[in-house]
Design a binder for this molecule. Structure first.
Ligand SMILES: Cc1ncc(COP(=O)(O)O)c(C=O)c1O
Length: 382
């Protein structure tokens, strides 16, 4: 047995999402921690998947993805954001957005390159940068609005800045970027070679009549942007691990150059199923209203509690402050909530690189109404 096994991420602990989900299971707690639905999926999608298998879509798909699926992604993006991504060389289907993010970072980040990211951040960004020899430059979002302080971004730009990672609607805060944000971003990257990774996995989950300002809809920014998207979030199928990356031709060529040696291609019958599903526009257009009802239900139930309800404009996450309840750290309080009260959440500090003492927990409301009602009844007694 070799004794010198040192991973490139030897300081990295097991992801908090796995930790909290296993604790929820062990404690038989209601799991509002990890971001996945506890309800069933559209049976039509299952039928399409079976059709795909029966009709012989069982061997390697083309590396870039089934043409049928890329075509539907192109149609949807054009319809919603007015940009026509070319099926042949600007759309790449990948097994999940996490892998898409890793592939993008592996493609463009070389040893010593700096990558700007905003805390709190989805947990895969930092290790993906590190594994590729990049230097993460963390900028905190303002609290409690979770907006970007563009002056800080400007100040953080250096000759080594290669990539800026943005995420809207945002996990964990549910904040969304506005046209003014995109304008500020534009001004900062103008006259530079800085690229953008825009993580838009919650693109269809946006509330209160707000519009998702995809970078696909900004002609100038889209010319230097990789967009990552996830069918797992849109079709309640996080376990199917399927997403895609949109980017201009040259950037896509570079991406595929790397991606071909990661997964080569994604699960073929699943691609067939999503291609069929996307033909029905309502399958993604109605998602915001669907989750808005759940957000409203959870928020209205929580009004009777001692938690502070932070705004959630998109995604399927609700932040709740507990400073009126306890002085404990968010990690201690989240663990106690799971053990004693049997409701699991994620402490917000898990999304920060540096220490933070916000007393805030993230709850996922992609759950059956009865699950949310049960959890809220417990939380209201604390
Ligand atoms: C912001 C963000 N990006 C990417 C992902 C990963 O998506 P996928 O499940 O398709 O890998 C998630 C999942 O939680 C997420 O919240």
């Amino acid at each position: 047995m070799p004794t010198n096994i040192t991973s490139k991420l030897s300081n990295q602990k097991t992801s908090i999402f796995s930790v909290m989900s296993s604790m929820a299971k062990a404690e038989n707690a209601i799991n509002l921690s990890q971001g996945f639905p506890d309800f069933g999926i559209d049976t039509q999608l299952i039928n399409y998947l079976l059709d795909g298998m029966r009709e012989g879509f069982n061997q390697y798909a083309p590396m870039a993805g089934l043409p049928e699926l890329r075509e539907q992604i192109a149609i949807k993006t054009q319809l919603l954001h007015g940009r026509a991504y070319a099926i042949d060389n600007e759309i790449t289907v990948v097994p999940g957005a996490t892998l898409g993010i890793f592939a993008v970072i592996s493609t463009v980040v070389h040893q010593g390159d700096e990558v700007i990211l905003f805390d709190p951040a989805y947990d895969s960004y930092q290790p993906s940068i590190e594994m590729n020899g990049g230097i993460p430059v963390h900028i905190p979002l303002t609290f409690p609005n979770f907006s970007i302080d563009w002056n800080r971004v400007q100040a953080a730009i250096s000759k080594k800045t290669k990539l800026i990672i943005i995420n809207s609607p945002h996990n964990p805060s549910g904040a969304t970027l506005s046209p003014a944000d995109l304008l500020a971003l534009r001004q900062i990257v103008a006259d530079t070679d800085i690229m953008i990774l825009s993580d838009e996995v919650y693109e269809h989950i946006i509330f209160d009549g707000k519009h998702h300002h995809s970078l696909a809809g900004d002609k100038w920014l889209s010319e230097r942007t990789f967009i990552t998207a996830s069918f797992g979030k849109t079709y309640h199928t996080t376990g199917w691990k399927m997403g895609y990356v949109l980017a201009p031709k040259k950037m896509t060529q570079a991406l595929r150059n790397v991606y071909q040696f990661m997964a080569f291609s994604a699960h073929t019958p699943t691609q067939y199923a999503f291609a069929k599903m996307l033909q029905d526009e309502s399958s993604y257009r109605d998602l915001g209203a669907f989750y808005q009802k759940k957000r409203d239900l959870f928020q209205s139930l929580m009004e009777a509690s001692r938690f502070d309800i932070l705004p959630s404009h998109g995604s399927y996450f609700q932040l709740l402050g507990f400073s009126r309840i306890s002085d404990e750290s968010d990690i201690d309080f989240a663990e106690r909530l799971t053990r004693e009260f049997k409701v699991a959440s994620i402490p917000i500090s898990a999304f920060y690189q540096d220490h933070t003492d916000h007393r805030v927990l993230r709850f996922c409301f992609a759950k059956k109404d009865e699950t949310l009602t049960k959890a809220a009844a417990i939380l209201c007694k604390i």
